[in-house]
Design a protein around this ligand. Sequence first.
Ligand SMILES: Nc1ncnc2c1ncn2[C@@H]1O[C@H](COP(=O)(O)OP(=O)(O)OP(=O)(O)O)[C@@H](O)[C@H]1O
Ligand SMILES: [Mg+2]
Length: 169
Amino acid sequence: MTGKIKVLNTFKFKTASEAETFRLAELFGEKIKSGQTISLKGMIGVGKTIFVKGLAKALKCDRSPISASFSLMKMYKGAKLKLNHFDLFRLEDDEAPYLGMEEYMGEDESVSVFEWGSPASYLYDRTELIELCFDLSGGDNRTITVRAKGAKSKDLAGKVYQLWRKKKK
Ligand SMILES: Nc1ncnc2c1ncn2[C@@H]1O[C@H](COP(=O)(O)OP(=O)(O)OP(=O)(O)O)[C@@H](O)[C@H]1O
Ligand SMILES: [Mg+2]
């Protein structure tokens, strides 16, 4: 066989509770590498901040993140990596370039996670990006569609997907 291994870039996850979304985020946090950007999409109350909390737990951050809306960005110091948590809910697109976000994104020894990140999307081309789209699927169920751009991102999403499937068996 000479065929190349196909590298997938879209993965679907289903969670049935806050605790499961937290656990999924922990898996991402356990495998994530410096310089990664994660964009969390989905309506109000769908679970984006819960995901950030799981990520922070796995990174052994000094505090548990709270909604960053009022400060636009909060930084948490983990055991090895820093976690930059952006929440741009209140930001207009034309205000984004004045924040200096690129100073933080892709920085050595740090990862960045965005809620309501569309004003920053012009920066995404420059970093390894994983996008997670959260959809309500009845009750506490969520469907989370993960799209990965770049080799490191695909590797991360693929690893988490394998671990998640193993856990579900
Ligand atoms: N499967 C699930 N995953 C995540 N959260 C869930 C799930 N089922 C129920 N929930 C609940 O949904 C809420 C999610 O709140 P969270 O603050 O994470 O939303 P958010 O997407 O960050 O909202 P916002 O856009 O306002 O920042 C919590 O109250 C949580 O308990
Ligand atoms: Mg939130």
